[in-house]
Design a protein around this ligand. Sequence first.
Ligand code: 13P
Ligand code: SF4
Length: 432
Amino acid sequence: MTDLPMPTIRRDVLTPDMLAASSCSTGLVAAPWTIDQQGPAYGPGASESDQIPVNAPVQGSIPEEYRKASDEELHERIARAKATLGDRVVVLGHFYQRDEIVQHADFLGDSFQLARAALTKQDAEYIVFCGVHFMAETADILSKPEQAVVLPNLAAGCSMADMADVAGVEDCWEQLGSVLGDLSTPDETGKMPVIPITYMNSSAALKAFVGRHGGVVCTSSNAEVVLEKAFQKAHRVLFFPDQHLGRNTGRAMGIPLEKMPMWKPNQPLGGYGNTADSLRDSKVILWHGFCSVHERFTVEQVEAARAAFPNVRVIAHPECPMEVIDAADEAGSTDYIQRAVKSAEPGTVFAIGTEITMVNRLAQQHPEHTIFCLDPVVCPCSTMYRIHPAYLAWVLEELVAGRIVNQISVPEDQARDAKLALDRMLEAAPRK
Ligand code: 13P
Ligand code: SF4
C-alpha cells in the first residue's frame, strides 16, 4: 500500500520558528481502516485535535481481501466493477480526494458543482460520492428518491460541519428572537429581522432548519451572491458554521467588522461580550466554527512565500482567516483555484492556501508553473482521506452483487425542508 503522494514541501519558504510550530501527524492515512476500529475519530491530519460528536457515523470493518489488496489490484477491481455497472452508477469526486480515487471519478468538482451534478445525473441508479458526509447527504436530497447515494467510508465527516448542531442553532435562534422580536414576520420596513444562512458544510438537519426559516445554503463559490440576495429580504443574517467564510464574504461586501459579531453556541447572547444592542446593530452574526485545514494558514507563510518568490501569486480559499485573505492576492473556491492555475501564463509561481492533496495534484498536472502549498507541512484533511480505494472497490463490488452498502438516506421530512434551502442555493449561481 503506498503512502501519501509526495508533497511539494518548500523548506526554502520555512523559517525555523514556523517549522517548530507546525506539525501534522500523517500516519495511518494509507490504511484508514485501522482508525475505523477506534470508534468515532477524525483520525490523523488537520482535524486530529477537534472534538468529534459522540454520535458521529462510524465505519464498520471491510473484508480483509480489500484491506490486503495491492494498489494495482484495487485499481483494476474498481475499473471492472464500474464497467460492469455501466450507466447504472456515477462516481462523483471532490477536488480534495486522493489521486487514486480521482482517476475513477466521472465528475470532479467543488461543493456547488457536485450538488448540481447530483441533481442532474438522474439516469444513474447509484451515486457513489467520494467526498465527505454532508456532501453525500446533499446528493441524497437533490437526487431522485429511487436513486441511492453511497458514501464509501461512513467516517468521512467534516469537523467544521460538526461545530454546529441543531440544538445550539435553535437556542441561538430563540435568543435572537428575544432581542430582535418575532423572527417569522417582516417588520414595518418589509424586511425580516434575520435570515439563517448555512454553509454547505453542515448537516442535513441544519439545512432543514434553515429551509424552515426562510433561509438558504451557500458554498464558497456563491456566498457573496447568496448574501446579497439575503440582504434584499432581511436586515441581517445568521451565518454558520464557518466564521471565516462569513467574515471574508461580509468584508468583501464592505460590511465593517464591528457589525459582524461572533456567536459562541450555548452562551447567553452568544458570549463574546455581545449585548442586545450590538446584536440589533449587527449585519452578519458569525458562528464560532472553522476548518482546521484552512486555519493552519498564516500571514507569516504568505510573507515567507513572497520573500522566496517576489513575483508569487498567492491564492487562498475563503475558509482561511481574514488576515491571510488580506495578505493573499486572490481568494476563491477550489474550482476558482484550479481554474486560475489552468488559465495562467506558463511560468507563473503559485502559493496556494488550501488542502495539500489538491495543491499537489495541481503541481503535478502543471509542470509549466511553480506551485506549492502555503503551509509547507504535509497536513491533509483528516476525513477526505478516509475515502481509500479499498472502500471504493468494496462498495462498487457490493453494487455489482446487488447489495447497497453505506447508503446515505436523509429522513424524508428533513430532506423536504433542506431541499427548500438547497433549491434557493442553486438559484444563486456563482459569479465566474
Ligand atoms: P469548495 O466548495 O470550495 O470545494 O470547498 C469545500 C470544502 O470543504 C473546503 O474545505
Ligand atoms: Fe471540512 Fe475543512 Fe475537510 Fe473541508 S477541508 S471537508 S471544511 S475539515
